[in-house]
Design a protein around this ligand. Structure first.
Ligand SMILES: [Zn+2]
Ligand SMILES: [Zn+2]
Length: 399
């Protein structure tokens, strides 16, 4: 028996509302899944999510922070107080669609906001709850752009969920320095005048070979990987221009920067070996690792227990990924729990994961996540001591 307090009644109310909206949320999740949209071009997803939130009573602003596909849906409280944000991602991956399950993130966040708006208008507590639609997680660092535009200036704490093969409230993420490398050679006929050419494809191949050798001497938790984005135009022309993109990842951004220095040396060596010139351009946005927040994670875990949704032990099968939510977590108290949407062992960014992202398991995870996020946001508004502990944890975690 949960005590009959305004907070517990509010939690029961939002859980019942999520159950009422469950079919609608699943249909919305599938519609987003069926229409995968890439970073900053998530027009359909943004318009479907905002229509849904508006219909349930939230006050919607579209195109916030200078990003046309970002949005904010606000449910106001009974007076002044803190602002708690629930984040929604909805971008897909090139070629493999919703293989990161952002359709589930989107509908869990929108479901939480819609349930609060519908069951508790106005909120029985001071402050406000916002659902913030954050475009371009995959490759565009949309949250960093929204932070720079001031969208999170008045937010006291933020949360989102991410799907994976297991429910873990805390899981680390890696920092990333993203880097582009271009080689400039000289075009010539590949058969009749090859000695007059300078081969930029050989340079990029040399860089990958050097990079693979370098990997042997990296810390085991670092990850470096890349793709050739331009490998030449046609086989009968010595390639005069090639380009490649790499992610240099590690649990600490200091080591990411060290990786960048080593990368620059390898790129210079590849250019020298082939007679090309090279240009290395590091993305000015550095992805930061997630800063933990035990107080908020604890509230989220208690709310999962309240709805009988089990946490899983880490099966140890997977390494860590990265998220632009890391940067937000370094700016204000933030959690990024993982929710099971597939069986053990399904890799993220795989075609299997894209299938699981529209499965009954994904529906179950999405519903649980919507409830747990709505309840955690209510905890933070109703109990100033909980928010104070979240802020203390944030301050303690400064690195
Ligand atoms: Zn992803
Ligand atoms: Zn993702």
């Amino acid at each position: 028996m949960t005590p009959n307090t305004p907070l517990e009644r509010a939690k029961d109310g939002v859980a019942a509302a999520v159950n009422r909206f469950a079919d609608e949320l699943e249909a919305l999740s599938h519609r987003i899944h069926d229409h995968p949209e890439l970073a900053f071009r998530e027009e359909k997803a943004a318009s479907w999510l905002t229509e849904f939130l508006e219909a349930k009573g939230a006050l919607v602003e579209r195109g916030i922070g200078g990003l046309p596909t970002a949005f904010r849906a606000t449910v106001a409280g009974s007076g002044p107080g803190p602002t708690i944000a629930i984040l929604a991602e909805y971008d897909a991956l090139p070629g493999i669609g919703h293989a990161c399950g952002h359709n589930v993130i989107a509908t869990a966040g929108a479901g939480a906001g819609a349930a609060i708006a519908s069951a508790l208008r106005p909120l029985p507590f001071g402050g406000a709850i916002q659902v913030i639609g954050t475009p371009a997680e995959e490759g565009g660092a949309g949250k960093v752009k929204l932070m720079e535009a001031g969208v999170f200036r008045d937010v006291d704490a933020a949360m989102m969920i991410h799907g994976r093969p297991g429910t873990q409230v805390w899981r680390p993420s890696l920092g990333i320095v993203k880097v582009k490398c271009e080689f400039f050679g000289k075009a010539a006929h590949a058969s009749s005048w090859p000695w007059r050419g300078v081969n930029a494809l050989n340079a990029v191949i040399q860089l990958f070979v050097a990079f693979d050798a370098m990997r042997q001497q990296l810390r085991p938790d670092a990850r470096v990987h890349g793709v050739i984005t331009n490998g030449g135009a046609q086989a009968n022309i010595i390639p005069e221009y090639t380009s490649a993109e790499f992610y240099l990842r590690a649990p600490h951004t200091d080591y990411c920067r060290e990786l960048l220095q080593r990368f620059e040396a390898a790129a210079g060596g590849a250019a020298t070996a082939t007679g090309c010139t090279v240009k290395v351009t590091a993305d000015p946005i550095v992805h930061e690792p997630l800063r933990p927040n035990a107080a908020m994670a604890g509230l989220f875990a208690q709310n999962l227990q309240r709805i009988d949704f089990p946490e899983d032990p880490d099966d140890g099968e997977a390494g860590y990924a990265s998220t632009d939510c890391g940067n937000l977590s370094q700016a204000l108290p933030t959690i990024h729990p993982y929710i099971r949407i597939c069986p053990d062992g399904v890799p993220g960014h795989s075609r299997e994961m894209a299938e699981w992202a529209r499965s009954p398991l994904a529906r179950t995870g999405m519903i649980a996540a919507a409830k747990a996020m709505a309840m955690t946001a209510l905890d933070l508004l109703a109990n100033p001591a909980d928010l104070a502990r979240a802020k203390e944890d944030f301050a303690r975690g400064a690195s």
